[in-house]
Design a binder for this molecule. Structure first.
Ligand SMILES: CC(C)(COP(=O)(O)OP(=O)(O)OC[C@H]1O[C@@H](n2cnc3c(N)ncnc32)[C@H](O)[C@@H]1OP(=O)(O)O)[C@@H](O)C(=O)NCCC(=O)NCCS
Length: 173
């Protein structure tokens, strides 16, 4: 398994993979209508091409041979007002195909994200995670993230409560 930065030519594959991992993660807990609305607004080749090439974002792909098995996207922009840092960075998405859960892919992606955060001189990393996603919350805690607030994340017409977690880049681990 190796990790590399995505480029424009990965956009079509990434959009399909991102939609399929979102659906396999959350379809059971959401209505089909809300899932479809969210996917329609979040995933298509043009959108992912824009994200991959944005100067404010970095997209990392985890591959096993030629197979895409996970990805992470970071975003440097305004953070929620309760996050105190001079240079905050967000882990906006971190998804691993379900047959690769528990095998270290997510850990490798997170380590690569933190390297990238360091390279961009980020002082505090933040992310939002659905309150009904205990596995992801446990995963982030293992990396030193702590809960510090909440925000609303819309899945279709459903306003969901996301827990906001942060980690100082001076933390170890
Ligand atoms: C979140 C994700 C990236 C974590 O990767 P992973 O390979 O599953 O991570 P781990 O196996 O280390 O699991 C994390 C921890 O969750 C805990 N855990 C595992 N299964 C769990 C479950 N069903 N419920 C609650 N906690 C669980 C364990 O404590 C585990 O750590 P440990 O085994 O070292 O004690 C991965 O599960 C994933 O892609 N999920 C779907 C997409 C998603 O939710 N992304 C995050 C959006 S914010």
């Amino acid at each position: 398994m190796h990790i590399r930065k995505a480029n424009r030519s990965d956009a079509a594959l990434l959009s399909r993979f991102a939609e399929s991992t979102f659906r396999e993660s959350f379809a059971a807990a959401n209505t089909p209508q809300n899932m479809d609305l969210h996917c329609r607004d979040s995933y298509c080749e043009e959108l992912q091409a824009g994200e991959i090439t944005s100067p404010n974002m970095v997209t990392l792909l985890a591959e096993h041979g030629q197979e895409l098995v996970g990805f992470a996207q970071m975003h440097w922009s305004e953070a929620p007002s309760f996050i105190h840092g001079t240079s905050p960075g967000e882990i906006q998405r971190l998804y691993v195909a379900s047959n690769w859960h528990g095998k270290g892919v997510a850990q490798a992606l997170m380590a690569a994200c933190l390297d990238e955060m360091n390279a961009r001189r980020t002082d505090i990393v933040w992310l939002g995670v659905w309150e009904r996603n205990p596995r992801a919350i446990a995963f982030y805690r293992k990396f030193g993230f702590i809960e510090c607030g909440e925000h609303v994340f819309h899945v279709g017409h459903d306003p969901q409560r996301d827990i906001v977690m942060t980690r100082s880049m001076s933390a170890s681990g």
